[in-house]
Design a protein around this ligand. Structure first.
Ligand SMILES: NC(=O)c1ccc[n+]([C@@H]2O[C@H](COP(=O)([O-])OP(=O)(O)OC[C@H]3O[C@@H](n4cnc5c(N)ncnc54)[C@H](O)[C@@H]3O)[C@@H](O)[C@H]2O)c1
Length: 453
């Protein structure tokens, strides 16, 4: 598939994630694409990206509000619309862009609930446009390697997967500060975050999820949990709070140039507060979740997500008829307190806490990744993980190539994700949310979505 040179790109939602696409189109991919419009509720954030474009020698694109999206499509005639707005708004832009014949690049999750998913299906089925969901985790070499190993038959037919994801008190906490904390906007972490993980399993197994049972709740963040643990008198937000520098759950927007420009300086426009306290009222999502999912092939997935772990990473065990694969990833071995590690002097920037010899003693959980393959009747073997250049072990470069410079050469790993991949992953999260409400198993096949591979 060779695409015309210099396609016209519109970006909807000019927050932090949009940066990856704007940077790409103003540098490495400037020869194949031009930014022709922004659409956002917030003029300050759009102006921030004007600065990025003009600094790279381009022309600042015109600004449109959400109600002007139809006019944007008519006036700017984009070839591609990149959707990086909050999750519950994705369907509206994706559907309108597809109806206008545009291609769509949509951030995960494809959407947050069933009716919007159907809206996207209707739009894509009547459109000449294509839709890509940017599941960047697929491109991470360790995850690609798992796909390759399973497809090669290394463990035979997969019978079950156990998948545990730990989000730490830096990354996990961040979902409880802003729009992600509202289920109506993010779908909760089972949609917003786990759609990455469910996509990995669906893709690794090349299978279709069918029945989902879930349990979970808000057990750590939020005002009620804080009160139970004696955490009272919390500030409503970090900015201006007296304990800002000593509070491990605070986020200092002013200390980071980009966070200040995108959020603190933009608050007056729309009242979007990026640094709400993670123990304040109003959180409607869960922070501890467990799932049982059965697949069409008969394989079962047991999955858990915790959003307040002391380290960040994931562990996956995949059982097959001929052996077992294990993937262990530690992305951050621990979170440093505001005044240095507990029991240690203040932070020495030369110290790398992920160094196994950290502090002169052994850190038994250094950051790193490992794949073990063990076939029946054989000792385990460690499988080397290919290294590439750039972010996520070179994964991000492959993803951006797939979006902006596709070659049409078939990818043996099948990493480019289309709308059915987006639907299959989000369907698990939507079903899980339903199961949380009812306490009952939910059959995804009854959703009426096109989930076949
Ligand atoms: N693939 C990944 O690993 C990854 C990482 C981060 C974010 N994301 C996804 O990117 C999307 C954006 O996340 P973010 O962290 O940049 O959020 P953000 O809050 O920083 O940015 C969202 C932007 O959308 C704008 N907006 C709000 N309502 C809108 C509306 N109705 N119409 C148009 N724009 C609107 C906001 O003003 C803001 O500028 C989300 O869907 C998120 O899931 C994906």
């Amino acid at each position: 598939m060779t695409l015309p040179q210099n396609r016209r790109y519109a970006v909807v939602g000019t927050g932090s994630r949009a940066g990856m696409y704007v940077d790409a189109l103003t540098t490495t991919y400037a020869d194949v694409g031009t930014l022709v419009a922004w659409c956002d509720t917030n003029p300050t954030r759009m102006a921030y990206y004007d600065g990025v474009v003009t600094a790279a020698g381009g022309t600042a694109p015109p600004h449109y509000g959400p109600d002007d999206f139809g006019r944007l499509l008519e006036e700017q005639r984009p070839d591609v619309v990149v959707v990086t707005s909050p999750d519950a708004t994705h369907h509206r832009y994706a559907a309108a862009a597809l109806e206008a014949g545009c291609d769509v690049v949509v951030e995960k999750p494809l959407t947050t609930s069933l009716e919007p998913a159907k809206t996207i299906v209707e739009a894509i089925e009547g459109s000449s446009g294509d839709l890509v969901v940017t599941f960047n985790y697929r491109y991470s070499p360790r995850n690609s390697e798992v796909r390759r190993l399973i497809a090669s038959g290394a463990i035979g037919k997969v019978t079950s997967i156990h998948f545990e994801w730990a989000l730490d008190t830096v990354h996990g906490a961040d979902y409880f500060r802003r729009w992600h904390r509202e289920k109506a906007i993010s779908g909760g972490l089972l949609v917003h975050k786990s759609s990455h993980h469910f996509d990995l399993v669906n893709w690794w197994l090349a299978d279709v999820p069918e029945v989902v049972t879930a349990a979970g709740g808000l057990r750590f963040y939020g005002d009620k949990n804080a009160a139970e643990r004696g955490l009272t008198d919390r500030p409503a937000r970090s900015a201006g709070s007296p304990g800002l520098s000593s509070d491990p759950f605070a986020l200092d927007l002013a200390a980071d140039e980009k966070l200040r420009a995108l959020y603190l300086d933009a608050e007056a426009d729309d009242g979007y507060i990026r640094d709400q306290d993670v123990f304040s009222p109003g959180i409607t999502i869960e922070d501890n979740m467990g799932l049982l999912v059965t697949y069409r092939s008969g394989a079962i997935l047991t999955y858990s997500l915790n959003a307040h772990a002391p380290w960040e990473g994931y562990r996956v065990s995949i059982n097959g008829t001929e052996g077992r694969l294990e993937l262990d990833v530690v992305e951050r071995s621990f979170v440093e307190g505001p005044n240095g590690v507990v029991g240690r002097p203040a932070v020495d920037p030369s110290v790398n806490p992920d160094d196994p010899s950290f502090g002169g003693t052994t850190n038994p959980r250094p950051a790193g990744e490992r794949i073990l393959l063990q076939r029946h009747w054989e000792p385990a073997q460690e499988i080397p993980i290919p290294e590439g250049e750039g972010a996520h072990g070179g994964g991000d470069n492959h993803l951006l190539d797939d979006i902006f410079r596709p070659t049409g050469t078939p990818d043996p790993l099948d990493r480019r994700a289309g709308y059915r991949d987006g639907l299959r992953s989000v369907a698990v999260g939507i079903a899980a949310n339903r199961s949380l409400e009812t306490g009952l198993p939910v059959n995804i096949t009854e959703f009426g979505l096109p989930l076949d591979r």
